[in-house]
Structures are given as C-alpha cells and as structure tokens.
Design a protein around this ligand. Structure first.
Ligand SMILES: NC(=O)C1=CN([C@@H]2O[C@H](COP(=O)(O)OP(=O)(O)OC[C@H]3O[C@@H](n4cnc5c(N)ncnc54)[C@H](OP(=O)(O)O)[C@@H]3O)[C@@H](O)[C@H]2O)[C@@H](O)CC1
Ligand SMILES: Nc1ncnc2c1ncn2[C@@H]1O[C@H](COP(=O)(O)OP(=O)(O)O)[C@@H](O)[C@H]1O
Ligand SMILES: [Mg+2]
Length: 274
C-alpha cells in the first residue's frame, strides 16, 4: 500500500490558462437531498464550487432550492422528480447519492442515462440502495465513496474483515467496471487499477455529519476541473486536500466543520497550483 503525500497536489493542481472559461472547468450535476437531507447536497455543492468546478447544478427536492441559493447563488437547481436525462447527459461529472434517502427510482434512471465516457461518483444512500436492491452498475467511469458500513453492505466484507486489504481487493475484483473505491475511515484507503493508496493524515476532529458529503463534492470538483488528468490522480488529490485542510484547522479547533473545509479550499489550492 502506497502512502499519499502532498506531492499528489503538485501533480494535479495546475494554474489556469488565461483563455479558459467556465466551460473549461467542467459541468457537475449533483443528485440528492430529500426533504430530510437537504444539507447533504448543500455540502456537496459548497465543496464542488469551492474546489473550482466550472458549472454546478443540483437536482434535488424543490423544498431545498431556497436554502441552496442562500448558501450558494453560484449553483443552478432543478427538481429531481423531473426527467433528468438531458441534465445527466449534458454533464461531465455526476455525483449521486448524498442524502438521497429511498429514491431508488432516481438511482435507476441515472444509471440508465449515463454514457460510458462520463464520470459517475456514487455516495451515501445511493450505495445503500444499490446494495439492498442488487442493482447492476452502469458502464460509466465509476468512483464509489463508501464509509465502512456502506462498503460492508455493498461488498459483504464485514467492517472487521476490512482491515485485511486482501478481502477488499477480492471484493473489488467482482466489479466488472473496476471502480475507484474510496473506503473512508481513519486513514482512508483508495483502491484503484494502479494500486492501493493510504491517506496518512486526518483525524477524529472530522467526525461530523456532512464530512463525507463534502469529500464527494471535492472529488466531483477536481474530476470536472482537471478533466485531462488521470481520474485516479484527481481522486487522490481530492482525498488528500480534504484531510490536509482539516489537519490545518485542527491546530486551533476542536472539531473541523465540513463547511469550513469547503470555505478553505480556494486558498489551500492556490498554495499548490503550479
Ligand atoms: N445534513 C445532512 O443532510 C446529512 C445527510 N447525510 C446523508 O444521510 C444518508 C445516510 O448516511 P449515514 O452514513 O448517516 O447512514 P447509514 O448509511 O445508514 O450509516 C449509518 C450506519 O452505519 C454505521 N457507520 C457509519 N459510519 C461508519 C463508519 N465510518 N464505520 C463503520 N460504521 C459506520 C453506523 O454505525 P453507528 O453510528 O450506529 O455506530 C450506522 O449503523 C447519506 O445519504 C448521507 O449522505 C449524512 O451525511 C449526515 C448529514
Ligand atoms: N476518526 C476519523 N479520522 C479521520 N477521518 C474521519 C474520522 N471520522 C470520520 N472521518 C472522515 O469523515 C468522512 C465521513 O464520511 P461519511 O460517514 O460518509 O459522512 P457523511 O455521510 O455524514 O457526510 C470520511 O471522509 C472519513 O474519512
Ligand atoms: Mg456519507
């Protein structure tokens, strides 16, 4: 297992070309946030916008529209009960699942609408729904972001067994699409076609609801913006940035809130851009 270092940030975070525009930095569609869990998509979107995605749209329960706009006038919104086919197919990156509750219909529709070349990040409730209903995965480029219980549901590997990486490797082999799997925990592990990476930073000051929603949003923002960089590297840089910011905040804070991590992203990224 290879330990991640800040080197990955220099590899991925590049200065922007003068002749670029918002379209250059990718279109992200975030799908999630039932009436109960609107906060999850707000945290997805705060992370995606602050990490530099060019255009972000949130497809969610309309009850969340005002709250989203009051946090982030930069985002567009749409009703996730409407037909999402066009919005899905017009996006570079789709993030589905944070706070999606029991909306199996939306997961099924999204999986049927995505193209093979698109990047689909599957988080939170969407992972649980796939596991419960044994849904087949789509052919798109896939990143899964389970916490340990979500990975247990998906793979059958118990939380205890997950400390033996061989079990996780075997479980990943069963996926036809060989997704990038971000197995979140203290010292998160990332399983990829290039190898397994361990995050040596981060800590329990990150144990607040919404921390994973924020990570998923950063992964989406990085993937959309650094579209020409290998997806494994952009994912690793997102995972590293998320906890590196938390570590910096933890010098002076007892807990590090998800929304504070997103707010710190633009200044953090500026230090590594080259
Ligand atoms: N503001 C919002 O709108 C928020 C919305 N959110 C959204 O809510 C949705 C549900 O997500 P969820 O993770 O809360 O519930 P679920 O998948 O049932 O897992 C709970 C079970 O798993 C266990 N468990 C958890 N973590 C574990 C770990 N690391 N390692 C091992 N076990 C772990 C846990 O154990 P326990 O806490 O009981 O010890 C319990 O048994 C999801 O879509 C998310 O995006 C949240 O982000 C919060 C903020
Ligand atoms: N003790 C810890 N040490 C390091 N990171 C942690 C710790 N507890 C939680 N985290 C991080 O917080 C995030 C939690 O993700 P998740 O459970 O999906 O949150 P949520 O769904 O509430 O947004 C992961 O990135 C995980 O690595
Ligand atoms: Mg989560």
């Amino acid at each position: 297992m290879e330990k991640l270092s800040e080197q990955i940030l220099y590899q991925v975070i590049k200065n922007r070309a003068n002749d670029s525009h918002k379209g250059t930095y990718g279109r992200v569609l975030i799908i999630g946030g039932t009436k109960q869990f609107g906060g999850a998509v707000i945290m997805n979107a705060l992370a995606a916008v602050n990490s530099g995605a060019g255009l972000v749209t949130v497809a969610t329960d309309p009850i969340n529209f005002t709250a989203i706009h009051s946090h982030l006038p930069e985002t567009m919104v749409m009703d996730f009960n409407d037909d999402l086919t066009h919005a899905i197919q017009a996006s570079d990156v789709i993030l589905i699942g944070s706070g999606l509750g029991d909306r199996l219909d939306i997961v099924k529709h999204t999986f049927s609408a995505v193209f093979a070349k698109q990047i689909l990040i599957v988080d939170g409730s969407a992972l649980t729904l796939v596991a419960e209903h044994h849904l087949p995965w789509p052919k798109s480029r896939l990143i899964l972001t389970p916490h340990q219980m979500e990975w247990q549901r998906l793979s059958g590997v118990s939380v205890e067994q997950q400390s033996f990486e061989a079990f996780n490797i075997l479980a990943r082999e069963k996926f036809i699409q060989k997704p990038i799997i971000v197995l979140k925990q203290f010292h998160t592990q990332v399983y990829t076609n290039k190898g397994i990476y361990e995050l040596p930073i981060g800590g329990p000051y990150q144990a607040t609801g919404g921390m994973g929603d924020t990570l998923a949003g950063i992964i989406a923002g990085f993937a959309a913006q650094f579209l020409l960089t290998p997806l494994i590297d952009t994912t690793l840089a997102a995972v590293y940035s998320h906890s590196a910011i938390a570590d910096e905040l933890a010098h002076t804070q007892y807990v590090t809130l998800p929304t504070q991590i997103s707010a710190a992203l633009p200044r953090f990224m500026k230090r590594y851009a080259n």
